[in-house]
Design a protein around this ligand. Sequence first.
Ligand code: FES
Length: 291
Amino acid sequence: MSARRLAADQPASFEMSPETKAQLDRIIAKYPEGRQASAVISALWLAQKQNDYWLPRAAIEKVADTLGMPYIRVMEVATFYTMFNLEPVGKFFIQMCGTTPCLLAGSDSLKSYLETRVGPQRKVTADGMFSWLEVECLGACCNAPMVQINDDYYEDLTVENFGKLLDDLAAGRPVRIGSQAGRNGSEPAGGLTTLTSFYGNDGRSGPISVKAPPSPGDHAAAAANKREQDGEPAALDPAQTRAERDEAQSIGKPPQSADSPPGSRTMPPLGEQAARDEKAVSDAAAKKFEG
Ligand code: FES
């Protein structure tokens, strides 16, 4: 990790805006009396947001005064977490993930592109639009490679779609947040490969043609479809008697023994199962001994 130091050029003072102060007061009120220091990260974050996404010394000291903390304690927090910028950043501040999954998916190409287009890390472009920083995993590895720009994630990047994204941001055009490859969330890049249809009772006979899928959110219809595919009885009628429902549930399950009471479960008795397990273990031990 590189050294994190305060910017050489510092403003003379920093005052919290009424909005920032009101937000911070609401956060401080969540903690017990005398524990307001617990709000230090939130306070620094709000101060940074107000100050074009970077923290001058005066803002750090203002936070310390507000929370009744020594300056050095707040300085330690601000310099430890990379979410706090200690120098001015561009209007679009790009945090590029360079950790292994993103690296394997091509983040080094994005890094070269940024070095060429934006310049060295931490330097704001002459027009004030961009600056960038390589950071560690941002938790979107399924959609690698990715960057965070201000508060949003942009994923499934290539040099081409990343270049277009920066063009659109610079020109003020609307951009798509999230995957730039068009996938939904972190679903498989090539489309769904599992849970695409229902299978037969033996689990191996392949997909069975299904009726038109139920409308999204219609869980009852989906469950009825599934039961039909699996050859199970229709949903139980709450008006059925307990015995009728138990009888209906037993369809497709191993037959009960003649002396099973009506409605009893069809699982093998625990004693039989335990005896089988014990025999399997002793057979294995005997085999090992013989070998
Ligand atoms: S490695 Fe890049 S988001 Fe996790």
